[in-house]
Design a protein around this ligand. Structure first.
Ligand code: PHB
Length: 393
């Protein structure tokens, strides 16, 4: 073993104390913390990968690449949205690149596939996206900076019956987060006096919405509640108008994934007035968010951030704060230092629940409006400090 890697190993095993006598120059040079990030940079969910990478890069541009006297080196890999790739890349990152932290995971199946690698290698892994409630149970080394579908669905499930929507058809992507959204919506909406008259699930990849929308039209509910993963909403909106659902007086409601900031401007006027609930809008009026959006736009050719960029930015903050707290130690100490963190995110105040390792945050009710020639999800109501409802009320 080289002197350098011996010192690095010792730093991990002995909490740094064995380094007391080492020459400082050599130490400073060798002290690197590697963060392995797995994004979907190509394939159908490439827009998510771009947002995630931009969020991470912005954080480092603003906060530098050194923390607790160590250089934070990012190793970014593309899993192209293929679960076997996520697992293989996680393995390579841990074994070959010797990363001390993992992060990313654009879709639920990708996080589930990589989970055993985090567990077996005892590597803390920050889930930047995958939002099925149960993802967090897949590894005790997972900590989540994004959201869960049940958490963000409650808001719209409570808003709808109070606003004259009594019958709803749900339409969701047929996998973990969609099924979470479907059941959370039904449960809360019916508890409040509404009725879900049909629950439709559409394929995750390249969905043709036409036959499903025709079915909704025939049923003619007051509204259709939609969950689709980021990036897919504009194709849906186009078909929603083409099939004449808007003209038939069927309202569109959903989680904010369907009107996400990356694609909202491409949707056309059909998006105006759509009400959703979610944890982040680029129009969130806090000073912290205005600063964040401005810096993001500047660094990304004028494009605005969506909730993916925010989760990556906050995920990096969680990693930096934890490294600061442990003085650069890895493994269980680093994981423990992420639990219980609280800070002001561009989305609003957040806490990482120490027991569940999940994020607790405000959930906003928003309506799509035109502002300065652009479309935004404008927040008009809020549920404060919402937990994933399956774990904590
Ligand atoms: C997920 O696969 O967990 C997922 C992806 C994109 C979203 C929400 C959930 O917008």
């Amino acid at each position: 073993m080289s002197r350098r890697s011996f010192l690095a190993r010792c730093a991990l095993l002995c909490g740094g104390s064995a380094l007391a006598g080492a020459p400082l120059g050599a130490l400073a040079q060798g002290d690197v913390v590697k963060v392995g990030l797995i994004f979907s940079m190509t394939g159908p969910f490439a827009s998510t990968g771009r947002q995630l990478e931009a969020g991470v890069r912005l954080f480092q541009a603003q906060h530098g690449d050194r923390v607790a006297g160590k250089k934070v080196e990012l190793v970014i890999k593309d899993d192209a949205g293929v679960p076997e790739q996520s697992r293989r890349l996680a393995q390579e990152l841990v074994v070959n690149d010797k990363v001390q932290i993992l992060g990313g995971f654009s879709l639920t199946p990708l996080a589930l596939s990589a989970a055993p690698v985090a567990t077996q290698s005892k590597t803390p892994a920050v889930v930047f996206v995958a939002a099925t409630s149960s993802v967090i149970d897949a590894s005790p080394y997972f900590v989540r900076s994004s959201f869960t579908l049940p958490q963000v669905t409650l808001g719209i499930a409570e808003w709808a019956p109070k606003n004259g929507l009594k019958t709803v058809v749900s339409l969701v992507s047929d996998y973990g987060p969609g099924i979470d959204a479907e059941s959370a919506f039904k449960q809360r909406f019916e508890q409040q006096g509404g009725k879900v008259t049909e629950a439709i699930r559409v394929p995750v990849r390249n969905p043709d919405f036409a036959p499903f929308l025709q079915k909704v039209r025939d049923i003619k509910p007051d509204a259709v509640f939609v969950f689709l993963p980021a990036g897919v909403g504009s194709a849906f909106m186009k078909q929603f108008t083409e099939r004449g659902l808007d003209k038939a007086g069927i309202k569109l409601i959903g989680t904010g994934d369907v009107t996400e900031d990356d694609i909202l401007n491409d949707m056309g006027d059909v998006a105006l007035g759509v009400v959703t609930s979610h944890h982040y809008s680029a129009a969130h009026p806090s000073a912290a968010n205005q600063k964040f959006v401005e810096a993001y736009r500047k660094a990304n050719g004028g494009k605005r951030p969506n909730y993916m960029a925010v989760a990556a930015y906050d995920g990096m903050r969680m990693i930096y704060s934890a490294l600061q707290a442990t003085n650069g130690a890895a493994g269980d100490a680093l994981l423990d230092a992420m639990k219980g963190q609280s800070f002001e995110s561009p989305r609003g105040p957040v806490v990482i629940d120490a027991q569940t390792r999940d994020i607790v945050q405000d959930v906003y009710i928003r309506r799509v409006e035109r502002r300065n020639g652009e479309f935004y999800n404008v927040e008009f109501d809020v549920m404060k400090a919402v937990h994933d409802p399956g774990r904590r009320k």
